[in-house]
Ligand binder design. Structure first.
Ligand SMILES: Cc1ncc(COP(=O)(O)O)c(C=O)c1O
Length: 490
C-alpha cells in the first residue's frame, strides 16, 4: 500500500472549507442567541451516541461534527456563558475570544518564545503588569489558570527561600520544616499546591479573619512567632485579593511590612479579585498589592477570556528562571534553545518559567482580545459588575425577607432567605431547598457556600452579559422558591 499521500489534511479542501464555514456560522449563531439557549441532561440517545466504540475507520469530519451538534452541544452544562449566571467564579468568554481561539488552533505553535510569538507573550505580560500597577522590572509567564498561577509562584517562593539547594536536595534535604500562612478564606488550590510541592498541607497555616474577612495581622504574627519557637522556617505569606467565598481583600501594606521584617516571600492570590485594579471606584481594595513578590491572576474569569488562561507575575526574574529552568539542556533541543537565547533576554523565555515544555500559544488570545477592546472597555465592564453586585445588594436590602451573611466588599454577594422566626438549623434547611430549586431552573445561577458557619446563597458577578433585569429575575425567583419552601414546611 502506498502511504505517501496519507495525512490528516482534507482530500477535498473545498468541501472542508464549506464544512468549516458552516461550523463557524453555527457557533456565531450559538453565541448570538446564548440568552435563549437551554441545555438539558444528556438523553438516552445522546448518551449512546457519545459513548460509542472507537471507530476503526473514521466516520469523516462531517459525521463527527454532527455528533457534536446533535448530542454534545445541547447537553453541555455551560450555563456560565449565559447572562443569568453568577455561581462559583466563572468566565463567559466572548465571540471574538472564540475567534482568537481559532487563530491559536490554526497556527498550532508549540513555541511561545521565538519570533512574533515571543514578542506577543512578552507584550501580554507587559500589559498585565500595567493593568495591575505591578512594577515594570517584574517578569511573568502565561499559564493555564489561577491554580497553575498560584502553583508556579509558590514553587518559586519555596525554592528561593529554602535553606538548601532545593533543585538538588528537594524537601528531603531541609534542616527545618518550611511553613506558610494564608487567611482562612484562601482558595483550596493553595492547599493542593502545597501538597504537590512536598511542603505538606499540615504546614499551611490557616489564619483567622476579621468581620471583613481580612486576615488578622496579630494572629498571623503570633503564628509565625510560635513556628519560629518550634524550630520551623516560616517562608511565605499568601495574601488574598478577592477571597472566593466573600470577595474580601487583605491589608497588603501590613502583609508587605511583616514579610519584609521576617524575610518572608509575599505572594498574592488575585485570581479574579486583582482586576479591581482596573475599576474606577474599587481599585483601593488592592492597595499595596504591588509590593508583593508575586501575584497569581487568571484571565478566564473576570477578564472574560476563553478558558484556560492565567498569569504568574514575579519580581525576582532570576529566582523564577532558576526554579523552572531545566537542570541540563536537552541535546535534541539545543540548537533551538540557542537561537532563543541569541534572540534576547532568556530570563523572559516562557519555556523556562513554568511546567510545560511544549506550550500552546495562549498569549495570542489575550493579545488579540486586549488589542481589540483596550484597557478602558475592561475597566468599564469590571466597574459595571461591581455596580451590579451593589444593585443586587440593594434588591436584597429592600426585600424584607432576604439578608446578607457577609459584607459586600467587591463583586461577591452572600445572602440567604430569612422570613424570620426560624432557627439556624431551619434556615439552613430552607436555603438548601431554595438552592436545589435554583439548580433545577439554571444550575449554579447562584451557587452556595458556608460563611462563618452560615449556609448561604452566593453570587460572584463576573459576567459581561448580565443586565439589571437579570438580577431582578433572580431575586424574585429566590423569594418565590423561599415562600413555597416555607409553605411546604408547615
Ligand atoms: C481566589 C481563587 N484562587 C484560585 C482559583 C483557581 O483558579 P482556576 O479555577 O483558574 O484554576 C480560584 C477559582 O475560582 C479563585 O477564586
Amino acid at each position: 500500500m502506498d502511504y505517501d499521500y496519507l495525512s490528516l489534511d482534507p482530500d477535498d479542501w473545498d468541501g472542508f472549507r464549506r464544512l468549516a464555514h458552516k461550523i463557524l456560522d453555527d457557533m456565531i449563531d450559538y453565541q448570538q442567541n446564548i440568552s435563549e439557549n437551554t441545555s438539558s441532561f444528556p438523553t438516552q440517545s445522546a448518551f449512546m451516541n457519545i459513548c460509542s466504540p472507537l471507530p476503526e475507520d473514521g466516520e469523516g469530519e462531517e459525521e463527527a461534527y454532527k455528533v457534536f451538534k446533535k448530542s454534545i452541544l445541547p447537553h453541555l452544562l455551560n450555563n456560565n456563558i449565559r447572562p443569568r449566571f453568577w455561581g462559583a467564579v466563572v468566565g463567559t468568554g466572548s465571540p471574538f475570544g472564540m475567534m482568537a481561539e481559532l487563530l491559536r488552533g490554526g497556527v498550532n505553535s508549540n513555541l511561545e518564545a521565538l519570533n512574533s510569538a515571543g514578542l506577543v507573550h512578552n507584550q501580554v505580560i507587559e500589559w498585565i503588569k500595567q493593568m495591575l500597577d505591578y512594577p515594570k522590572e517584574a517578569g511573568g509567564v502565561i499559564v493555564s489558570g489561577g491554580s497553575e498561577a498560584n502553583f508556579t509562584a509558590l514553587a518559586v517562593a519555596r525554592n528561593s527561600k529554602a535553606r538548601v539547594d532545593m533543585k538538588a536536595k528537594g524537601m528531603q534535604g531541609l534542616p527545618s520544616k518550611m511553613t506558610l500562612y494564608v487567611g482562612d478564606g484562601g482558595h483550596h488550590c493553595l492547599e493542593r499546591s502545597v501538597e504537590l510541592l512536598g511542603i505538606g498541607n499540615e504546614n499551611l497555616r490557616w489564619i483567622p479573619t476579621d468581620d471583613n474577612y481580612r486576615i488578622k495581622i496579630n494572629k498571623l504574627v503570633e503564628a509565625i512567632e510560635e513556628d519560629k519557637k518550634a524550630g520551623c522556617h516560616p517562608f511565605c505569606i499568601v495574601g488574598n485579593a478577592g477571597t472566593v467565598d466573600t470577595g474580601a481583600f487583605d491589608d497588603f501594606n501590613a502583609l508587605a511590612e511583616l514579610a519584609l521584617k521576617e524575610n518572608m516571600w509575599l505572594h498574592v492570590d488575585g485570581a479574579f479579585g486583582a482586576w479591581v485594579k482596573l475599576s474606577e471606584n474599587h481599585r483601593h481594595l488592592a492597595d499595596g498589592m504591588e509590593r508583593a513578590d508575586s501575584i497569581a491572576v487568571d484571565l478566564h474569569k473576570w477578564m472574560y477570556m476563553p478558558y484556560g488562561i492565567g498569569c504568574t507575575l514575579i519580581k525576582d526574574k532570576l529566582s523564577h528562571y532558576a526554579t523552572f529552568v531545566y537542570g541540563h539542556e536537552a541535546r535534541y533541543l539545543k540548537s533551538g534553545f540557542d537561537r532563543v537565547k541569541a534572540q534576547g533576554d532568556h530570563l523572559s523565555n516562557p519555556h523556562n518559567l513554568a511546567l510545560p515544555l511544549s506550550r500552546e500559544f495562549r498569549s495570542l488570545n489575550a493579545y488579540m482580545i486586549l488589542r481589540a477592546y483596550g484597557r478602558r472597555r475592561f475597566s468599564r465592564l469590571i466597574q459595571k459588575n461591581l455596580d451590579q453586585a451593589k444593585y443586587l445588594a440593594k434588591l436584597i436590602e429592600e426585600s424584607g425577607d432576604l439578608e446578607f451573611t457577609a459584607p459586600v466588599i467587591s463583586n461577591v454577594v452572600c445572602f440567604r432567605y430569612n422570613p424570620g422566626g426560624l432557627s439556624e438549623e431551619a434556615l439552613e434547611k430552607l436555603n438548601k431547598t431554595i438552592s436545589q430549586g435554583i439548580n433545577d431552573v439554571i444550575f449554579w445561577m447562584f451557587s452556595d457556600t458556608t460563611v462563618k458557619g452560615k449556609y448561604s446563597l452566593r453570587a460572584a458577578v463576573t459576567n459581561h452579559r448580565s443586565r439589571k433585569s437579570d438580577f431582578e429575575y433572580a431575586v424574585s425567583l429566590v423569594r418565590d422558591l423561599g415562600r413555597k419552601a416555607v409553605e411546604a414546611m408547615k
